[in-house]
Structures are given as structure tokens and as C-alpha cells.
Design a protein around this ligand. Structure first.
Ligand SMILES: Nc1ncnc2c1ncn2[C@@H]1O[C@H](COP(=O)(O)OP(=O)(O)O)[C@@H](O)[C@H]1O
Ligand SMILES: [Mg+2]
Length: 216
């Protein structure tokens, strides 16, 4: 399955979700079956993988490749070798994003619960409709990301209400909270399932199960 973590906006947690899902997948499906495809010229996922490679050698390995421009062909070719591909595709309405949307089985669009981020979802909705013209079976989810962990802030509830009515995507039931451990994990070349934070670990496991339909 090819899962694209993409969207128009930068800094919404795309690379964070992509790297965390790739690590979770390596444990679930085995390292040999998983590839993280970095299709963002900022190379956040590639740099994360380099830090992982230089770090603790006992960590499960996560293969990484890079592609830019039209990523349809590289993604589909890699999918003949790897059962599970996660694509990290940048934060603009880019060629990489559009072509990856045609190659993918699933699109995850992380969005923060704040208004400027939510406003970009109209255009994301349009892009998904366009991609479906070429890729009719694309499944698309919005994922509320970096949600405030203070329960007094009802931004999440407001975001959920806003996101539930778009025709082209559904809202993932699992959302990802703003936790320092996600920033630490990126710097250490790890996934939060390898870190000492049971809440973050549970979020990624639940999201993984929701997207991949696996159950523990
Ligand atoms: N759930 C989270 N909790 C805390 N910090 C996060 C979370 N998700 C992302 N970040 C941080 O926010 C910044 C942007 O995240 P990143 O995944 O690089 O976004 P994108 O790939 O969409 O540009 C990074 O510094 C990252 O560590
Ligand atoms: Mg990124």
C-alpha cells in the first residue's frame, strides 16, 4: 500500500507523521517490506533517516529513498519491491504532491486545528477531486495534528466540526497532540514508538491501525 502524507501547508506535521508511521510499519510488517520515500526538496525525512543510521545500531532499519518532480513512476516501481511505502510530499501545491496523489492508495493530510491551516483544506479538497479523476480509489483522510493537549482549549472540537463535512476526505478518528517527544524523536532519528512516552506511542499505534486496518 502506498500512503502519502501530504498537503499544501508547511509545518503541519507531515514529516513527523511520515517518519513515525514508517517506524511503526517496520515493526508491524518487517523492515524489508517498508520504504519511506522523501519527495520533499527540504529532505526532512532523508535527514531524519541519516540521523537514524548514525544512531543506535540496534534500532530496526527503515529504508529511505528520495524522488523529486514526477514521483508517480518511482513510487509505483518501488511498490513492486516494498509492500508498504510512505511518501513525505512537501508543503506546497507541488508537482511532487500532485503526482504522488495519483500514485497513492491513501492520502493523509495533517492539519493543525488553527484557522489559517483549516482554510487550506478547501483547496486540498479540490486537489483530491482532481486526483480521483486519475486515481478513482484514492482514500483520503484529514488528520488533526499538533492538537493542544490542554483539555480546556476546544480547538480540536471546532476543527472536527469544520472538517467533517468535506466531500472528498474523511476526518481520521485519531488525532495527534502537540508533544515535545515528537520533536525529540525527529532529532534522534526515531519514531515515538521507540521513545519513552506511552501517550504518543498510543496515538501512532491507533492511527496506524486506523489507516492500515491492523489490530493488535
Ligand atoms: N505532534 C507534534 N507535537 C510537537 N511538535 C510537532 C508535532 N508534529 C510536528 N511537530 C514539530 O513541528 C515542526 C514541523 O513539523 P514537520 O513534521 O516537519 O512538518 P511538515 O513536514 O508538515 O513541514 C517540527 O519542528 C516538528 O518537530
Ligand atoms: Mg516536511
Amino acid at each position: 500500500m502506498i500512503v502519502l502524507v501530504g498537503g499544501e501547508k508547511g509545518g503541519t506535521g507531515k514529516s513527523t507523521l511520515a517518519t513515525n508511521l514508517a517506524v511503526w510499519l517496520a515493526y508491524e510488517f518487517g523492515s524489508k517490506d517498508v520504504l519511506l520515500l522523501d519527495a520533499d526538496i527540504q529532505s526532512t525525512s532523508k535527514k531524519w533517516a541519516d540521523r537514524r543510521g548514525d544512531g543506535d545500531p540496534s534500532l530496526i532499519s527503515v529504508a529511505v529513498a528520495q524522488a523529486t518532480g514526477d514521483v508517480f513512476k518511482p513510487a509505483r516501481e518501488l511498490a513492486t519491491k516494498y509492500g508498504q511505502i510512505v511518501i513525505d510530499a512537501g508543503g506546497r501545491d507541488s508537482k511532487e504532491l500532485r503526482t504522488a496523489m495519483v500514485a497513492a492508495d491513501v492520502l493523509l493530510v495533517p492539519t493543525r486545528a488553527s484557522q489559517p491551516d483549516l482554510e487550506t483544506m478547501d483547496h486540498v479538497n479540490e486537489l483530491i477531486a482532481l486526483a480521483r479523476g486519475l486515481n478513482a480509489n484514492l482514500r483520503a483522510y484529514a488528520v488533526v495534528s499538533m492538537a493542544p493537549s490542554n483539555p480546556m482549549i476546544n480547538e480540536v472540537g471546532e476543527a472536527q466540526a469544520f472538517l467533517k463535512d468535506f466531500p472528498e476526505f474523511v476526518l481520521a478518528g485519531t488525532f495527534v497532540r502537540d508533544r515535545k517527544v515528537y520533536r525529540d524523536a525527529i532529532l534522534e532519528g526515531k519514531g515515538v514508538v521507540e521513545m519513552n512516552n506511552s501517550q504518543a506511542k498510543a496515538e501512532i499505534q491507533l492511527l496506524g491501525q486506523e489507516i492500515y486496518g491492523t489490530a493488535e
